[in-house]
Design a protein around this ligand. Sequence first.
Ligand code: AMP
Length: 220
Amino acid sequence: MRIVLLGAPGSGKGTQAAVVAQRLGIDHIASGDLFREAANRGDELGQEVKAYMEKGLLVPDEVVIKMILERLSASDSARGFILDGFPRTLEQAEALDRSLEQSEGKIEKAVYIKVSTEELVKRLGGRLICRNCQTPYHEISSPPKVAGRCDLCGDELYRRPDDAPQTVRKRLEVYFAETAPLIAYYREAGKLVEINGERGIEEVGEELIAALTKEGGGDF
Ligand code: AMP
């Protein structure tokens, strides 16, 4: 089971990828989380990617592709994986397909979580993330039970520096220019599943699981 999750920043990709991974027993691989970990460690990769992330720009393809393909080969889930935040360019999608072909595998489904630009801006504006487990919250639509603390692990919540209004605008611009074309790429390959992301977290999650599993008409 190899799934790609597509959607703009703020579409709920991270939240839904965690739900799908847990329900289907597959590995959740989030490129943004891997980069944030590297940036916090301050190692060579971290220093290189930090500047791009702070500006809302994409990390260069060769760096991302190498990192994700290495992570994929280390994936310990025999049942498969869900990719969250990768691929983000056509070049990344093609590199992923080539690499999977070599191991006689392929991406089976690309799920696109559709959310209007107006709603994305609203969501990113109030987003809070757990420093430890990366669980996302929203100041207004899904606040934590205790202000500033994660419901799951109790660690501190913070606002991602790249959720500042100016950087959000840049990230959305980059998304529409570089990543949105992947919707057509996976549609032409007959792999695209579209989900309306403008509903509650649970409803979106249920529709996603249904679309992927046999009971809901999916393949798994
Ligand atoms: P995310 O948490 O998915 O919003 O990613 C945060 C930041 O990490 C992005 O704004 C990019 O700077 C970088 N990043 C994550 N995934 C990719 C990717 N597939 N290609 C290029 N840059 C990425």
